[in-house]
Design a protein around this ligand. Structure first.
Ligand SMILES: CC(C)(COP(=O)(O)OP(=O)(O)OC[C@H]1O[C@@H](n2cnc3c(N)ncnc32)[C@H](O)[C@@H]1OP(=O)(O)O)[C@@H](O)C(=O)NCCC(=O)NCCS
Length: 182
C-alpha cells in the first residue's frame, strides 16, 4: 500500500440524466435516487483512494435545497476531504443542469464517511496529500464536523435523560400533539 495519495488521484465525477422512471408522484426526482447516486460516487472515490473495498458508515448534511426535474443532467463531484486510520470523509457536491432553460442549480453538498475493509475488518488507508488551500480547508472542516458530531451525540444523550424526568406537559405545551394515554 502507498503511504500517501493526492486528493486529485481519487477525484470522481458521476453524471446521469434524470429519466421519468426516477420521478416521484409530484413529478420531481426522488430523493432516494440522488442518495443512491451519491453513495455510488462516494464508494468509487473512497475505494480508489484506499485501493480497497469500502463500506458507507455515516451520511451527513443531506438537505436538498432545490428540487431536481426530469430531463435535468445531474453531476456529482466527489473528493476525499479527510482521512483517519481506516475512515475517509468524501465530500460530494451535487449540481443539476437544465439544458433547455440554461440553468445550473447547486442542490446539495453532503459528506459520506466510508471505511475501507479487508477480510471483513477495517484496514488502514493512505494518508492525504493536501496540495491547495481548499484541500487544507476541507480537511480542517471535516475535523470540526467530527468534533461537533461527537458533542452533539453526548448532548443528545444528556437531553434524553433529562426528558425522562421532565414534565411532558410543559415541554409539549406549544406543540401540535395531544396526549391520549390508554
Ligand atoms: C462502521 C464499522 C466499519 C465499524 O467497525 P468497527 O470494527 O467497530 O471498527 P472501529 O470502531 O475501529 O471503526 C472503524 C472506523 O470507523 C469509524 N466510525 C465508526 N462508526 C462511525 C460513525 N458512526 N461515524 C463516523 N465514523 C465512524 C471510526 O471512527 C473508525 O475510523 P478510523 O479508523 O479512521 O479511526 C462497522 O460497524 C460496519 O461494518 N458497519 C456496517 C457498514 C455497512 O455495512 N454499511 C452499508 C450500509 S447498509
Amino acid at each position: 500500500m502507498v503511504d500517501f495519495r493526492q486528493v486529485n488521484y481519487s477525484r470522481t465525477t458521476l453524471t446521469e440524466l434524470m429519466v421519468p422512471a426516477y420521478a416521484n408522484f409530484g413529478g420531481k426526482i426522488h430523493g432516494g435516487i440522488l442518495l443512491s447516486l451519491m453513495d455510488k460516487v462516494a464508494y468509487a472515490c473512497a475505494s480508489k483512494h484506499a485501493g480497497n473495498y469500502c463500506v458507507t458508515v455515516a451520511v451527513e448534511n443531506v438537505d436538498f435545497l432545490q428540487p431536481v426535474e426530469v430531463g435535468e443532467m445531474v453531476s456529482m463531484y466527489a473528493s476525499v476531504n479527510y482521512v483517519g486510520t481506516s475512515s475517509m470523509v468524501i465530500g460530494i457536491k451535487v449540481i443539476a443542469e437544465n439544458f433547455k432553460v440554461g440553468t445550473v442549480k447547486h442542490t446539495n453538498t453532503s459528506y459520506f464517511t466510508m471505511v475501507a475493509k479487508e477480510n471483513g475488518v477495517p484496514t488502514k488507508v493512505p494518508g492525504l496529500i493536501l496540495e491547495t488551500k481548499e484541500d487544507i480547508k476541507r480537511f480542517l472542516e471535516a475535523i470540526k464536523r467530527k468534533e461537533l458530531k461527537s458533542s452533539y451525540k453526548s448532548e443528545l444523550q444528556k437531553a434524553r435523560i433529562a426528558l425522562l424526568v421532565d414534565s411532558e406537559n410543559t415541554l409539549l405545551k406549544n406543540e401540535r400533539c395531544r396526549i391520549e394515554l390508554s
